[in-house]
Write a protein that binds this ligand. Structure first.
Ligand SMILES: O=P(O)(O)O[C@H]1[C@H](O)[C@@H](O)[C@H](O)[C@@H](O)[C@@H]1O
Ligand SMILES: [Mg+2]
Length: 284
């Protein structure tokens, strides 16, 4: 088992680095948006190309493994997490950043067995930072160990979050209600990198105390959530319950006391789960 996980880690790092090269090259000449002009959840050809590259390369080495990938799911593949070894891939986390050349873009690769993340790799490719974690083995950035912040006072904290891509007025109201509550606690600041994977790596690195969001997907958070846990932090639901990878809700923090102060301030809502989709009139 340990050997398999080491092989998975090595392969994930190698393919994330290769993917990062493709993203960096595309930044100067291939950022055209494929989505219709009014859409805010953007997709580019580079997202699709990078996901293909990652999946092909993993399939050659680990033919029995399953995949959940952002672009494959968008193309109709199921997004069901089973007990089988599964690679959970976001080829470009921060596609909107990529399109605008806003400099935080990550390749996110999580690997689960029995529905639990065992390996997490987040490559913040414009910063050239390779974040890695193995369950029970610590979290690292470019080989240096990571540790969450030791701040216990939420008033001395920076909290990361995102506005997401849902423009439903009720959801926007909830987002602003949470923000207003948190800002007026008060806290030192609120930030957002535009990518869940990078936000989670910022928690793991001790640069922000917490990150919460509702509406992102499993491929945005699978790898980063292990980084936070292995750097000594905690991951839970935004209502303080157990974390659920497929729920599209996350609160990751340096410690329980900061997390629970945030739970009191967050106005929760429930996006449709990642593993419940209506296709041709049938739920699966
Ligand atoms: O760039 P993506 O892979 O689509 O992921 C983003 C998502 O689009 C955005 O809505 C969320 O707020 C971010 O946290 C995701 O990382
Ligand atoms: Mg993403």
């Amino acid at each position: 088992m340990a050997d398999i996980l080491q092989n998975v880690m090595d392969h994930a790092v190698a393919v994330a680095r290769k993917a990062g090269e493709v993203v960096r090259e595309a930044l100067s000449d291939d950022r055209k948006v494929m989505t219709k002009s009014s859409a805010v959840d953007l997709v580019t050809q580079t997202d699709q190309k990078v996901e293909k590259l990652i999946i092909q390369s993993v399939k050659e080495k680990f033919p029995q493994h399953r995949f959940i990938g952002e672009e494959s799911v968008a193309a109709g593949e199921p997004s069901i997490l089973t007990d089988d070894p599964t690679w959970i891939i976001d080829p470009i986390d921060g596609t909107t950043n990529f399109v605008h050349a806003f400099p935080f873009v990550a390749i996110s690769i999580g690997f689960t067995i029995n529905k639990r993340v065992e390996v997490g790799v987040v490559y913040s490719c414009l910063e050239d930072k390779m974040f890695t974690a193995r369950r029970g083995g610590g979290a690292f950035c470019n080989g240096e160990p990571l540790q969450v912040s030791d701040q216990t006072d939420v008033h001395r904290s920076i909290i990361a979050t995102e506005f997401g891509s849902n423009r439903d007025p009720e959801v926007v109201d909830k987002i602003f209600s949470s923000l207003r509550n948190i800002l007026s606690l008060p806290v030192h600041g609120v930030r957002g990198a535009g990518t869940a994977a990078v936000n989670l790596s910022l928690v793991a690195s001790g640069c922000v105390e917490a990150y919460y969001e509702m509406g992102m997907h499993v491929w945005d958070i699978a790898a980063g959530s292990l980084l936070v846990l292995e750097a000594g932090g905690i991951v839970m639901d935004v209502d303080g319950g157990d974390a659920d990878l497929m729920s599209r809700r996350i609160l990751a923090a340096n410690n329980r006391s900061v997390a629970l102060r945030l739970v009191e301030q967050i106005a929760p809502y429930r996006p449709d789960r990642d593993d419940v989709k209506k296709i041709s009139g049938k739920w699966w």
